[in-house]
Design a binder for this molecule. Sequence first.
Ligand code: ADP
Length: 179
Amino acid sequence: MSAIIRRAVYPGSFDPAHYGHIDIATRAARVFEEVHVAVYARPAKTLLFSIEDRVKMVKDALADYPNILVAPYDGLTVDYARKIGAMAIIRGLRVFSDFELEFRMALANRRLAPEIEVVTFIADERHIHISSSTVREIASLGGDVSSMVPPEVRDMLTAKFRQQRNDGQERDYVISLHD
Ligand code: ADP
């Protein structure tokens, strides 16, 4: 049996995708032969962007990496990993407070699928403060998020909040600064 893990899955909500996510995906693509970025269709949180928009923003951001694939998924991450033959689940760790949740999720996933390893990448210090919820909140208030997200995502945020203002639903989705 080969001891090398060739294919890994990087799951997340990516609502929206930002430079912290992109950094983890591209670093993982140097470690694994193939990285599948799996965009969770229905996370247990209020979403700003549709699954189609979220897949598109991740695909656009990672288009230059031939060994990174992007697709939507639903259900258990370990089931999706098994379906595509991925033997590792990638997660990013920013601050210490991420650790407890990631630790619990990794243990639960291990119980469900002991053959799949959870591999965590430590966030780059330039991106440690970035989270999707922070990006959403800053963009909703008209702040400049261009240091946090690619230009295409910034434009999608601008369009989304313009549309929400026109529809009279401004800031309905804002929960807190913490994901
Ligand atoms: P989820 O709903 O699964 O937390 P997210 O889209 O918020 O989905 O995050 C996906 C993954 O990316 C998680 O492992 C998260 O810890 C990681 N991540 C989020 N922000 C950053 C960042 N700034 N730097 C590195 N990793 C990050």
